[in-house]
Design a binder for this molecule. Structure first.
Ligand code: ADP
Length: 455
């Protein structure tokens, strides 16, 4: 069912139910009050008749004006009897309102017969001064005009409820149609945008004109989703082209060399095979880096955190680099604050240290020197790896965390880098809520500063 239809059907059902409940309750309440009111009215009326007769129609000798009293009785639809104190009838209007009810009802064209009533008499004592002189007996049908007035009142009530009900339903229908239109229109727009995105138009944008918070949020979410998908699509394309580009170079080197060997132009000497081997090594390391890079960015990085002594791990990594540094006569010094405990993924942290140290080592010149510092700084630990290597030009610095970015390819040709080391380091550090910064001066050296929060 369409949302708009559902909305206005629900509205209408709600209104009808409310009207029925209101009519029912008010009917009962008003009826009860109204009957009490009518009984009270009748009492008042009889009291007035009694007062009137007591005052005007009886003189000391009980002289009665029969005609006047008869009129009275007829107009009020009652029977008036006056008896002496010992029961002798002094006057009887003979207007017992027995059939009166039926006649009158017929006259008023009422179809429904009220419950009817019993002939009832009410006795008052007529007196003069302090002396009781006679009885006034008022005879009436006990709920005759009660029923009639109540029915009249009820039918008026029903009519007014029906009319107001119809008007309310009409108004609510119009309001609900307008309202549901206002609600569903932006939703339809958002749905269309989502459909466009589904069909591949990732630049589709939903712009809705509404003041409903949830719908605005939904529209923003769809736009965000479109943006993210489009961004992901860009990343995927760039990734694919970067990867194929990166793989092509070593593969074509391998291919041309192997072809040369097959053609007999190139001897498969040890030296030549070692060249091929180095290309294969480069390919392997590229594939490893690619895998890490995917793990780090494309998917949620899963951290296997444990509590460990980071001072020890930094020390171990530094120690493992000493042989390669010695081989080239570079120096590696360190200042490591002892026994710092952290709660991190130890393997990933080792990878950070290894990547950063091998970068420093890789871009060293003669008299190369690298220093490693580990220190507690407020609620963080700070690691600084500083080298006096070739440095990075200012214009290249902003890009070094980009995937596959390598400063001046020809310069890096021999270093075997893939341009994936720093992006991996950055995502590991950030996954641990830390941050990394690189300062570098061309031909002077590079300083990498890593902050990681203490547990
Ligand atoms: P690579 O595998 O090529 O080293 P990275 O992402 O680790 O890739 O580094 C990106 C580029 O940043 C490198 O190609 C290099 O030019 C530069 N770079 C990184 N570390 C240093 C450093 N310590 N000294 C000089 N240049 C560096």
């Amino acid at each position: 069912m369409k949302l708009s239809k559902k909305l206005y059907l629900s509205f209408t059902a709600l209104i009808i139910i409310s009207i029925v409940i209101i009519s029912f309750i008010s009917n009962i309440m008003i009826n009860r009050k109204f009957e009490n009111y009518l009984i009270q009215e009748r009492e008042n009326k009889f009291q007035k008749i009694f007062d009137d007769i007591n005052e005007n129609y009886i003189d000391t000798n009980l002289l009665l004006d029969g005609m006047e009293l008869k009129h009275y009785a007829l107009s009020e639809d009652i029977n008036i009897t006056i008896t002496s104190l010992n029961g002798e009838v002094l006057y009887d209007s003979n207007t017992r309102p027995k059939m009166g009810m039926m006649r009158r009802m017929h006259r008023q064209g009422m179809r429904r017969t009220p419950a009817g009533g019993n002939y009832t008499e009410k006795v008052y004592v007529l007196s003069q001064g302090n002396k009781d002189i006679a009885y006034l007996i008022i005879g009436y049908i006990d709920n005759d005009h009660l029923t009639q007035s109540a029915m009249l009142f009820k039918s008026t009530l029903y009519k007014s409820f029906t009319i107001s009900g119809i008007i309310t339903i009409l108004i609510s229908l119009i309001v609900s149609i307008l309202l549901s239109k206002r609600l569903t229109e932006p939703l339809v727009k958002i749905r269309d945008t989502a459909n466009e995105i589904q069909l591949g138009n990732l630049s589709a944008y939903s712009k809705v004109n509404t003041d409903v918070k949830e719908i605005l949020e939904l529209s923003d979410t769809i736009n965000y989703l479109g943006n993210t998908l489009s961004h992901q699509e860009d990343i995927r394309r760039r990734y694919a082209s970067d990867i194929s580009h990166e793989l092509r170079t070593p593969l074509s080197t391998l291919q041309s060399h192997i072809e040369a060997i097959i053609d007999g132009v190139w001897e498969p000497t040890r030296e030549h095979l070692e060249i091929l081997m180095s290309e294969i090594k480069r390919l392997t390391s590229l594939v490893d880096d690619l895998r890490d890079s995917f793990n780090a960015e494309e998917y949620n990085m899963i951290l296997n955190k444990t509590r460990f002594n980071i001072s020890q791990v930094v020390q171990d990594t530094v120690t493992s680099f000493i042989p390669v540094f010695n081989e080239k006569n570079y120096s590696l010094i360190h200042s490591i604050e002892e026994n710092i405990e952290v709660f991190m993924d130890q393997d990933k942290f080792r990878q950070v240290m290894t990547n950063l140290l091998s970068n420093s080592f890789r871009y060293l010149d003669d008299k190369g020197k690298v220093s490693v510092e580990l220190k507690r700084v407020e609620s963080n630990i700070r690691i600084i790896i500083e080298d006096n290597g070739i440095g990075i030009k200012k214009e290249n610095l902003p890009f070094i965390f980009n995937r596959f970015y390598r400063v001046d390819d020809s310069r890096n040709k021999d270093t075997g880098g893939t341009g994936l080391g720093l992006p991996i380091v950055k995502s590991i550090v950030e996954a641990h809520n830390g941050n990394i910064d690189i300062e570098s001066k061309y031909k002077i050296g590079t300083k990498v500063i890593v902050y990681l929060p203490l547990p």
